[in-house]
Design a protein around this ligand. Structure first.
Ligand code: NDP
Length: 433
């Protein structure tokens, strides 16, 4: 703790994961102590911090700080996104990298854990400024990454535009055309179904959860928050499965549409026009628009938070339980607060956290890596079928892991255990390194 005293987010993440691993740690105490396994897993294998100078549109030199933490390569090349946001510091990158190890392990694919980024803020910058930053960032980063070493992806602030500029610079300096980044455009090595992957994956896992409890998606009422990438494709897949999604939200308001959200209209409003949800309501007579937040008060069988962190609070959890909600699966990262999670679990709601439920995104990024290695592009159907198998397996693994340690039905503990076991076993097999 003293060693990482200036990294509160990292300390919090480590504490949370280790607490939930208590039964595994107790069962293997001597071995783990002898091998210093926990100490090793909490220490990044390597971390880089570097200067990123670039010239703005006024001709002024700006200087940002770049980071890449290569946390754990026991089961595959480091993999994790690049976050571009003014709040980025080494503690945040380490916290995200640490969590990434277990999420990546859960996918069952050979990807280790890493994370990177910079305190650069792409908001309000011109395309030329963003390109100047990305080229400078990659000029340094390209020394440490590669298709078989470390494969970064997008994250907050790093979308298709930034990935494109970074890929171009990597190719130019390293003279290698390889899958060094994921989230690429379809014309230069991106994967079909990546856009849909997180939302679709969330529903494949939710469907398996319902099946395991003797239920189906058919005829279920679903409440979704958010109206971005994850939410849109979660709604689309839920409808394909015969459920009815009656809500969505953005950062200013929310929609209740008892006829079921019209996905085509929602895509038009959000993806094409980039407008507010008031436009959805204006075009859809069955929809009600409300300012502020409130989707969790709508009666439902299944709730899928797909917007942002800390958006499902204790009072929302109480409302969901009172309304007879059976399952909550997280599409977003950390949308449910800890007390809300505990309340849901204590009241018999089947709760699957984001580490497992939204892993379809990173899993499909790993499928992009496979396609790049083969120099082939799979069809949408091929990628989608693989995604479905991966999500079903994730559910089975987390459910089994929870059962094995006497925590049947606790999918949060199950996810941490299942993710950890594979990495720990690989680390043991590879000796002290
Ligand atoms: P987007 O930016 O596409 O969409 C986020 C949506 O949530 C937007 O509609 C946004 O509204 C809305 N939102 C933001 N803040 C609030 C709020 N306080 N209350 C209600 N709605 C809000 O992001 P994604 O869909 O890609 O990501 C959503 C979540 O899923 C994030 O936590 C992300 O980390 C996580 N995730 C995403 C993956 C992916 O592949 N995209 C993979 C794994 C996790 P507005 O339009 O007003 O900004």
């Amino acid at each position: 703790k003293e060693k990482n005293a200036n990294e509160p987010e990292f300390l919090q993440a480590v504490e949370e994961v280790l607490n939930s691993l208590r039964p595994v740690i107790d069962a293997n105490e001597d071995k783990y102590r002898r091998e210093a396994l926990l100490e090793r897993i909490c220490e990044p294998e390597r971390q880089f911090k570097f200067r990123v100078p670039w010239v703005d549109d006024k001709g002024q030199v700006q200087v940002n700080t770049g980071y890449r933490v290569q946390f754990n390569s026991a089961i595959g090349p480091y993999k994790g996104g690049l976050r571009l946001h003014p709040s980025v510091n080494i503690g945040i990158i380490k916290f995200l990298g640490f969590e990434q190890i277990f999420k990546n392990s859960l996918t069952g694919l050979p990807i280790g854990g890493g994370k990177g980024g910079s305190d650069f803020d792409p908001k309000g910058k011109s395309d030329r400024e963003v390109m100047a930053f990305c080229q400078s960032f990659m000029t340094e980063l390209c020394k440490y990454i590669g298709a078989d070493t470390d494969v970064p992806a997008g994250d907050i602030g790093t979308g298709a535009r930034e990935i494109g500029y970074m890929f171009g610079q990597y190719k130019r300096i390293r003279r290698l055309y390889e899958g060094v980044l994921t989230g690429k455009g379809l014309t230069y090595g991106g994967s079909l179904a990546r856009t849909e992957a997180t939302g679709y994956g969330l529903l494949y896992l939710t469907q398996e959860l319902m099946k395991d409890h003797g239920e189906s998606m058919e005829g279920k009422t679903v409440v979704v928050s958010g109206a971005g990438n994850v939410a849109i494709y979660a709604i689309q897949k839920a409808h394909q499965m015969g459920a009815k999604v009656v809500t969505c939200s953005d950062s200013t308001g929310w929609i209740y549409d008892p006829e079921g959200i019209d996905v085509d209209l929602l895509k038009e409003v959000k993806e094409v026009k980039r407008a507010r949800l008031t436009e959805y309501a204006a075009a859809r007579p069955s929809a009600e628009y409300h300012e502020g937040r409130g989707v969790w008060q709508i009666k439902c069988d299944i709730a899928l938070p797909c917007a942002t962190q800390n958006e499902l609070l204790i009072d929302d959890a109480k409302q969901l339980v009172a309304n007879g909600c059976k399952a909550v699966c997280e599409g977003a990262n950390m949308p449910t607060t800890i007390d809300a999670t505990e309340y849901l679990q204590e009241n018999g709601v089947w709760f699957v956290g984001g580490k497992a439920a939204n892993a379809g995104g990173v899993a499909t990024s790993a499928l992009e890596m496979s396609q790049n290695s083969e120099r082939l592009s799979w069809t949408f159907e091929e990628v989608d079928a693989k995604l479905q198998t991966i999500m079903v397996n994730i559910y089975r693994n987390i459910s089994d892991a929870a059962k094995r340690y006497g925590f049947e039905g606790n999918y949060v503990v199950g996810a941490n255990i299942a993710g950890f076991e594979k990495v720990a076993e690989a680390m043991e097999a590879q000796g002290v390194c």
